[in-house]
Design a protein around this ligand. Structure first.
Ligand SMILES: *[C@@H]1O[C@H](CO)[C@@H](O)[C@H](O)[C@H]1NC(C)=O
Ligand SMILES: *[C@@H]1O[C@H](CO)[C@@H](O)[C@H](O)[C@H]1NC(C)=O
Ligand SMILES: *[C@@H]1O[C@H](CO)[C@@H](O)[C@H](O)[C@H]1NC(C)=O
Ligand SMILES: *[C@@H]1O[C@H](CO)[C@@H](O)[C@H](O)[C@H]1NC(C)=O
Ligand SMILES: *[C@@H]1O[C@H](CO)[C@@H](O)[C@H](O)[C@H]1NC(C)=O
Ligand SMILES: *[C@@H]1O[C@H](CO)[C@@H](O)[C@H](O)[C@H]1NC(C)=O
Length: 382
């Protein structure tokens, strides 16, 4: 008796499970419709993403799509259906309802009705939410940037988490660097500077496992790392300048000589690309002028522009005589030579003078001693 009840309970359980399963998805015993996709329901769709619902069945019957119990208008609403027949599969028909650009109005209950059998009705609940990127804009170097991902008000979506990442690396809340607000769905980049500009991704992970993402840009006005004020180049030597600019969109670079565009038709002038330390390619940001001559003396300006805003770096290039470096050296040589000559002459003259003096002294000494002797003799004679 006890055993029987246990079996009964198990049987009931299985029957109940099959019945519930049959209601929402498939019931192979009573119906031949096998799959309705997506299988995870309700279906969440980000506004702007494509909507695609599929009913696969083996009956060879036509499928009708309903939205909120009325027929889906495929004439001008953006909806269209496709049917695919698999002949080898024994009359399997795959019917898909599609829309390329889902909007908020597309939210609702969709029904796939197979033939006219009221039992073969399959419902799909579709929620449409918005994930609006709020781009950041840095006008001045080291200003804070705020990026946002606004989630359209949908209670089901509220139970979710928003993850920020950049180049595939998840961004963590980091003091003085990044601040993530779960309240406002924002990411603040403190003191945004070169390397912070560009693409960020916010990913919305729903608790049903679905995830969506949006690209958010940190726009940055063009900036140029300043050159030194001026530079001396020796006549005949090349001039080599690199314009280290940054910004987003990546600025375009042009060069001016004074306030006129640099004449790049001159064979000595060559522009080439420059890759910044951050790995950003700047087209035409390297300037090289071979064989510099006096008329090349000028202010050279590298102008970074994003199409609207500009920033520039300016350097005064002076051209020095080829011998300019030699002159001071020659001057020193001449000075040293003259000094040597002077010292030499002086020394020579001094030596001569001393010789003369010595001779004189000797002579004096001799006469003196004679005089002494004379005195002695005189005294002795006394
Ligand atoms: C999608 O639809 C929205 C609202 O009608 C529209 O603003 C947007 O430009 C459309 N997007 C595309 C890619 O067609
Ligand atoms: C969220 O935004 C409000 C209004 O702009 C602001 O007052 C609040 O400080 C923000 N919260 C965070 C955590 O950033
Ligand atoms: C964003 O979503 C697309 C499509 O779902 C996916 O291919 C891509 O890897 C996602 N990117 C990130 C950073 O999660
Ligand atoms: C600079 O880069 C552009 C774009 O990649 C390329 O087309 C061009 O050939 C490059 N110029 C030089 C001088 O390498
Ligand atoms: C780069 O400079 C060359 C002249 O050297 C010019 O023809 C070309 O248009 C420039 N490219 C860009 C992207 O400014
Ligand atoms: C370069 O920048 C300086 C300072 O912002 C500005 O005064 C000057 O007009 C700019 N030059 C050009 C050619 O844009």
């Amino acid at each position: 008796m006890k055993k029987l009840t246990i079996i009964n309970v198990i049987c009931l359980g299985i029957c109940f499970f099959v019945a519930v399963k049959g209601e929402t998805e498939t019931d192979d015993s009573s119906s031949k419709t096998s799959v309705v996709t997506p299988q995870v329901q309700p279906v969440y769709i980000k506004a702007g993403d494509p909507l695609e619902l599929t009913c696969i069945q083996d009956d060879g019957l036509t499928v009708e799509w309903l939205k909120d119990r009325s027929e889906v208008d495929t004439s001008d609403s953006g909806f269209f259906t496709t049917q695919r027949k698999e002949v080898e599969g024994g009359g399997k028909i795959e019917s898909t309802l599609k829309k390329t650009n889902t909007t908020a109005e597309d939210e609702g209950v969709y029904t796939c009705q197979v033939g006219s059998n009221p039992e073969q009705v399959y419902n799909l609940k579709v929620f449409v939410f918005t994930l609006n990127p709020q781009h950041g804009n840095v006008k001045k170097d080291k200003d804070d940037a705020v990026l946002g991902c606004e989630i359209g008000d949908n209670t089901a979506v509220m139970e979710s988490e928003l993850i920020w990442s950049r180049n595939g690396v998840v961004i963590q809340d980091t003091p003085k660097r990044y601040s993530i607000s779960t309240e406002n769905n924002t990411l603040t980049v403190f003191r945004a500077t070169e390397g912070d500009e560009g693409e960020y991704v916010c990913a919305l992970n729903l608790n049903n496992g679905a995830h969506f993402n949006a690209t958010v840009y940190l726009y940055m006005a063009p900036q140029v790392h300043h050159f030194q004020k001026s530079k001396n180049v020796i006549q005949g030597d090349p001039l080599h300048l690199e314009c280290k600019a940054f910004g987003y969109p990546v600025p375009s670079i042009s060069w001016l000589k004074g306030d006129m565009p640099l004449d790049t038709s001159d064979d000595r002038v060559k522009l080439s690309n420059y890759t910044t330390e951050q790995g950003v390619l700047l087209i035409n940001a390297t300037l090289r002028i071979e064989n510099l001559d006096f008329p090349d003396r000028a202010d050279y300006v590298c102008l970074a522009s994003d199409g609207g805003l500009t920033n520039n770096g300016t350097i005064l290039v002076r051209v020095k005589d080829k011998l300019a470096a030699l002159w001071p050296f020659l001057g020193i040589c001449a000075e040293v030579t003259i000094l040597c000559v002077i010292i030499f002459i002086y020394e020579k003259r001094r030596a001569k003078k001393m010789e003369l003096e010595e001779q004189q002294e000797e002579a004096d000494h001799l006469t003196n001693s004679h005089a002494h002797r004379g005195n002695d003799e005189i005294r002795q004679r006394k």
